[in-house]
Unconditional design. Sequence first.
Length: 280
Amino acid sequence: MKRTIDFTTEMGEGFALPPFGLPIEFWRTMEANGERIHERQFMRRFDEALMPHVSSASLACGVHSGDPAILSSVAARLAERGIRIGAHPSYPDPFHFGQKRVAMTHPELEAVILFQLGAVGAIARAAGTPLQHVWCHGALGFDVSYEQDVCDVMIGAIRKYDPALTLVLMLGASTLAKAKKSGLRIATLGFLDRGYGPEGRIVPRHHPEALLKSASAVEARVTEIVREGTLRAVDGTVLPAEVDMVLVHCDTPGAGEMASAVVRSLAKLDVDIRPLAGAK
């Protein structure tokens, strides 16, 4: 059987409306008082350059970034192209772009997750397409992939909302084995534009090799993943890399050129780019 892979990204970040309903004067006051807003909240994004290439996209859920106007517009354009939509929930952490863990009880976390799935699910449904998957953002993405109790909360929330959804975990996730026994559809994802440490996790963004900076580097990464089932960490360690999805971030400089290189590379390798079939 010919191999397929879901080429994905995240979209819907940024704001068309006052961020989180708060006027710009509020945000300026926060910055004047020393509360720094994460720089990725306002970075340039390349959603339009990625759309011709990807088979799915995870939409921000309005808790770490994104607003209803942005999400509705992006979802409609994705649906027109036949690109499947996933939810990209996070901890409620707008000032830090979802990059910090927020302390809360498990019932509180479940409520936060259900709130986000419901919001993006409604946006997707209005665009004429169901949600395909759940791929968590930032600190929540790490916790779902590496903290079993948080992963269990996520699994419970998906069961309550829509057990047909696929839960996406990071390449090398320690929660993968148990998640596969949950009865949900499970998929694994590898980053094409981020550096990995020797232990198998992506390195922090302040690391000098945190981002792959060229289309050729991204092309080499996806070729190695598909052909060898491995990827090379920043120190040269060769890591196993069996994945169902590969991702280029929407705010990586040159994301459009990187995506085009991925498509070329997968075509040479005779791999079809298709939305998830729901691997278990």
